[in-house]
Design a protein around this ligand. Structure first.
Ligand code: HEM
Length: 204
């Protein structure tokens, strides 16, 4: 019964409504790729120079944001569900799936904040930029919650598999990143001592 309703919902609607759903899925995939690349863009990974991974991170994020803008605009313009312009930026203002859409709204607000602060990084300074950029770790789970709660295609088997694959990839990448940070922190005193030894010897 649930499967029948899901497939009925997935096969009805105007071209704008299909655009809403397809741009949503592309945005979600791009956002996932941007996060995965971003997790490793701070260091030289598997022979990829830092400038290349950072450029890929920046471009996939900007592309994802572009798809989110089209996703939101087509949702509102289509009118298939009662979602107004306010819901694009103000959480809990959508009459349709209020909480699930609110998760998308906060994710969108965060995506704009992260993009603007990244483009202004030279002006605002590295410290503030880095502080704000930690919010990226909240953005992706919010987008996932929004996808699973609000999405029509998320109710299909392939829609759920897409979410599972993305979640496994992100969880794995975060684990690798945390392990690398812990190992770097534990080796830091030894490396400092190595670098410091000749200086102290010369000073004697
Ligand atoms: C970073 C921000 C966002 C991302 C990555 C995103 C992504 C997604 C995804 C992947 C879906 C599921 C599509 C499906 O299963 O068919 C979806 C559904 C939806 N989104 Fe967003 N979204 C975002 C922001 C927003 C905002 C701000 C709004 C409010 C205007 C919104 C409104 C909706 C609606 C109404 C649906 C349900 C469409 C359906 O029934 O399939 N989204 N979104």
């Amino acid at each position: 019964m649930t499967a029948t309703l899901a497939s009925a919902a997935a096969s009805t609607g105007s071209p704008l409504w299909f655009l809403t759903r397809s741009t949503a899925l592309v945005a979600f995939v791009l956002l996932t790729v941007a996060l995965l690349v971003g997790l490793f863009a701070t260091r030289r990974t598997a022979g990829v120079p830092r400038f290349a991974s950072q450029a890929l991170h920046r471009n996939t994020t900007l592309l994802a944001l572009g798809f989110v803008v089209v996703h939101v605009a087509t949702t509102v313009l289509d009118g298939y569900v009662p979602v107004g312009w306010a819901a694009a930026v103000l959480p809990f203002t959508s009459a349709y799936r209020t909480t699930w859409v609110a998760a998308g709204t906060v994710a969108f607000d965060l995506a704009v904040l992260l993009t603007v602060t990244s483009l202004a990084r030279a002006r605002i300074g590295l410290r503030l930029w880095r502080g704000v950029h930690w919010l990226a770790y909240a953005l992706w789970p919010l987008a996932l919650v929004h996808y699973l709660g609000a999405g029509t295609d998320a109710r299909t088997a392939w829609g759920r598999w897409l979410a599972v694959a993305a979640a496994v990839a992100v969880a794995g990448a975060v684990a690798v990143r945390v392990a690398a940070a812990v190992s770097a922190a534990s080796q830091a005193p030894a490396r400092r001592a190595e670098r410091g030894a000749p200086v102290r010897a010369a000073g004697r």
